[in-house]
Design a protein around this ligand. Structure first.
Ligand code: HEC
Length: 160
């Protein structure tokens, strides 16, 4: 067949080669193919387990997060100030108001009152929320931040 110069060769012809190769693969390599499928499904279940334990971990535990990320500098006992002020009774408290705690002028002079919303915003980016604060620990994970704010404002813990 003589093609006009401006037309591409027939698609039909080019499609034949991969098709034939595929048929060969299916007949001669069927068992290999099945093994491949099996290991793929095992890999999928392993992945599912990993993913579900990960999402469990994402249901952040505020108390555990506090212990891991805050307790080196903050106590939950009233009157126990470490590098940071005690966070006992932090809910509803004016920022920078714990007696005998060491504060930056920035935090002391801020008009912030702590509640779950202000805690969330502070923890997301302390220096942006209170420019000049010496507290530099931020919690970028939203679920973890919420869990921490909830933990700190829960009655009987952060509330006086
Ligand atoms: C490396 C020590 C350190 C760690 C870790 C730390 N903080 Fe702080 N935090 C401070 C310091 C210091 C201040 C006082 C900041 C200032 O005066 O500007 C502070 C202040 C605060 C305040 C304000 C308290 C008040 O009385 O106004 C809150 C709330 C707070 N931190 C929460 C947390 C949470 C929640 C965590 C854990 C995610 C955490 N901090 C981890 C050192 C730390």
């Amino acid at each position: 067949m003589k093609l006009p110069a401006n037309e591409a060769p027939s698609l039909d012809y080019r499609a034949k080669v991969p098709h034939k190769a595929r048929r060969n693969y299916l007949t001669s390599d069927r068992s290999k193919h099945l093994t491949l499928l099996k290991s793929a499904s095992i890999a999928t279940s392993v992945l599912a387990v990993v993913l579900s334990s990960e999402s469990l971990a994402q249901e952040a535990d505020g108390e555990r997060l506090f212990r891991q990320r805050c307790s080196s500098c903050h106590s939950l006992e009233a009157g126990q100030n470490r590098t940071g002020p005690s966070l006992a009774g932090v809910n509803g408290r004016a920022a920078g108001s714990v007696e005998d705690a060491r504060y930056s002028p920035a935090l002391r002079d801020s008009d912030v009152v702590w509640n779950s919303e202000t805690l969330d915003r502070f923890l997301a980016n302390p220096r942006q929320f209170v420019p000049g604060t010496t507290m530099s620990i931020s919690v970028t994970n939203e679920a973890q931040r919420r869990a921490l704010a909830e933990f700190l404002t829960a009655s009987g813990r952060g509330t006086p």
